[in-house]
Design a protein around this ligand. Sequence first.
Ligand code: UD1
Length: 364
Amino acid sequence: MNPIILVVGARPNFMKIAPILAELSAREVPTILLHTGQHYDENMSKVFFDDLGMKEPEIHLGVGSGSHASQTATVMVEFEKVCNKHQPSMVVVVGDVNSTLACSIVCAKSLIPCAHVEAGLRSFDRQMPEEINRILTDSVANLLLTPSADGDDNLRGEGVAEERIHRVGNIMIDSLFENVKKAESSTIHKDLELKGEYALLTLHRPSNVDDQETFTRIIEALEEIAKDLEIVFPIHPRTRKMAKSFGLFERLEKIPGIHITEPIGYLDFVSLMAKSKLVLTDSGGLQEETTALGVPCLTLRENTERPITVTEGTNTIVGTDKELIINLSKEVVMNGGKSGRIPDLWDGKTAGRIADVILKYIES
Ligand code: UD1
């Protein structure tokens, strides 16, 4: 059997590929781990391989940062060469980043079967680059592996044939459940000298951090929230760059009780998330992880591609209205916030179901 190529590119891909790689390796299936290099800083990439115990990628495309067009195109050019050389029996792409889209298009044109893990999610907001990546990847991938029923419904609504849709559950939760115990030995709380309850904050969406007015409004809300809670803010490189360019970085640093850190590795981050009073975020993955951990999450976006975290989980879509962010945060501090249930098939066994579907497809 020719190898299965597993593609990683950006930070949220690593914890999705790790359990699939482990499952395929346990079944003695030949694999090639390929890193596009979309994320390249040690703390955006290498630390995750160490924390997740994942092998070094056999192939590194080294594409780095760039505009959407140049980054996507560079991955395509380089990935096509890899496909020509290795003739994989299948390519597995995850999530919704530029690397996901680029590799899925190459597969479609090279007639190589492609499986998209985390298929079917839709925010219905085409201003998000990830929404374009999701729609296009799903339109060309052969196997659409969805985390929840809303994903199946979205795909059916787009006219996707039933045999391409396979509900396998949430792969991120495999990594979370696998590592949550291990994360208990993290020293991050001590290292940051956290004294009591804290909110964990992440921000990196262009709609929040590339827009000065929105970014300022969020900072104003943080200034108020910090009166009740310490805030831990591992800052994404995009966010740091934009805060500096708007002259907002000093204002952020001056918020009493805020801990601004470099991006944090997987185990330390899981530890911070699990013990936080509240998570404030514009990330997609954190909406899911907080639901699985039972931690209240306030999402600083107008929409979500993960509605099940709202209907069943601990997530509330808040948007970026200053007063609303403040009031809902205070509500969580006072009343403990929303409790929820863990959605079906978010059970830590998704990698096994993915391997079953992929191997059956290759055999047939
Ligand atoms: C990308 C994904 C986004 C995902 C996020 C997670 C796309 C379109 N976006 O957004 O869906 O939620 O990753 O982090 O694929 N940079 C560094 N070091 C790095 C990587 C990036 O300094 O290792 C800086 C560069 O200045 C770069 C900027 O961050 O220009 C943005 O990086 P990019 O990969 O373009 O997008 P993200 O905002 O990280």
